[in-house]
Design a protein around this ligand. Structure first.
Ligand code: TRP
Length: 381
């Protein structure tokens, strides 16, 4: 077997740029699959980092499946507290941010509810080696970050499950951040190996391509690498305006009163300028010189106002959706129904290709409309 090629970042970036152009030319030819683990509400890092990009693709006319990876939550913890609420809130955030499950092209579903997708995991597991799974750099990092002594097997196998999330619908494009690239490379490898082993003339799976967004990554307000609710350094989409202002007041800055945009020497100040720039559509350098030497508190108050204004329509939609749980349930029902139709079709092709689409004994066939009713003797009679 050829080994999984985790590739170079530059080559992927270049391919991704060309893919972006192809998407603009002919959006309906592609199918996008993206997703998240439901670990809590979303924050502005998610909004600027991935949500807005999904909405942009949707508006271009690309069909989109969004998988809520609820089983994946259990890779680094024993139980997913309030998982139902997390899933619900995630859908609220998605729809408030502009994903439109009523357009007939956008489907949102939790993978736990699509048995045929999960079943793809079994044949896929036979296409990778243990060594390949243990080498995955993102998994290694997550094991380190979890601080756990005992690592469950799903931590190593979830990237294969993610391949099922992506391949069940034969997605061709997966928008990703850098940390997800190893998983996508593994998915491509699984698609290739399946086709080579079982595909014969006709490949069953396309090789999905990563779409790296040029969206900036937003640091935590404490200057740490990532915004995250658990680190208490995030502006949540669900915050009120006062909570937003209070939260930004706690942001870490430095002693220099002159505001400059320097991502290397002053990452915390640069991060606030970047957020302000995303809300106002002005360049961060220009914003820095407008602010001048009045200190970081002025920058913070400008940012609170700008963010509150930028998020106002989203937050209004959020509040409306929160009072309408039936609508959110309907979104999931529609997503699950569509995902199952597609997954059943794919699983049938997979079984066919593997020689496992057995002709079942006549008497065990499900009765069709023209069939005579046969008497099945009771056990023991
Ligand atoms: N692993 C992703 C994360 O941790 C979530 C995910 C699950 C996903 N399945 C996916 C992302 C399929 C993209 C495509 O964020």
């Amino acid at each position: 077997m050829e080994t999984v090629d985790y590739g170079t970042f530059e080559a992927t970036l270049e391919r991704s740029r060309r893919l972006e152009q192809a998407l603009e030319r002919d959006p309906a030819r592609f199918l996008v699959l993206t997703g998240d683990r439901p670990t809590g509400r979303l924050h502005v890092g998610h909004l600027f980092g991935s949500l807005e990009n999904r909405v942009r693709l949707q508006r271009m006319g690309v069909p989109i499946f969004v998988v809520i990876a609820d089983y994946q939550v259990l890779t680094d913890r024993e139980c997913a507290d309030d998982i139902e609420d997390s899933v619900h809130q995630l859908v609220v955030d998605y729809v408030a941010a502009g994903l439109d499950p009523e357009n007939g092209r956008t489907f949102i579903f939790p993978h736990s509810h699509v048995p045929e997708l999960n079943q793809l995991l079994l044949p896929f597991l036979t296409l990778v080696t243990n060594a390949e799974l243990s080498r995955n750099p993102t998994v290694k990092e997550e094991i380190r970050a979890s601080g756990q002594q005992q690592i469950n097997a799903a931590m190593y196998t979830y990237p294969v499950h993610q391949a099922a999330d992506i391949l069940f619908c034969k997605a061709t494009v997966v928008p990703v951040g850098k940390d997800q690239l190893p998983h996508l490379e593994l998915t491509r490898t699984i698609a290739r190996r399946f086709n080579a082993r079982y595909g014969g003339e006709k490949p069953v799976f396309p090789e999905p391509q990563p779409l790296l967004s040029d969206a900036p990554s937003i640091l935590g307000l404490d200057g740490s690498e990532k915004m995250s609710k658990s680190r208490n350094n995030a502006v949540m989409l669900s915050f009120s305006e006062d909570e937003t202002t209070a939260c930004i007041k706690t942001a870490k800055t430095d002693m220099d009163r002159l505001i400059t945009y320097d991502t290397v020497k002053r990452p915390e100040v640069a991060n606030l300028l970047l957020l302000l720039s995303l809300c106002t559509k002005k360049a961060p350098e220009a914003l820095a010189s407008e602010i001048g030497d009045v200190g970081a508190s002025r920058l913070k108050s400008l940012l609170s106002d700008a963010l509150n204004e930028y998020l106002r329509p989203l937050r209004q939609r959020r509040r409306d959706l929160e009072t309408d749980p039936q609508f959110i349930h309907g979104v999931l029902r529609k997503g699950i129904t569509r995902a199952r139709e597609v997954a059943q079709q794919t699983l049938a092709e997979v079984r066919q290709a593997m020689g496992m689409a057995y002709e079942v004994d006549r008497n065990h066939r499900r009765p069709g409309p023209g069939d005579a009713v046969t008497h099945v003797p009771e056990a023991g009679s």
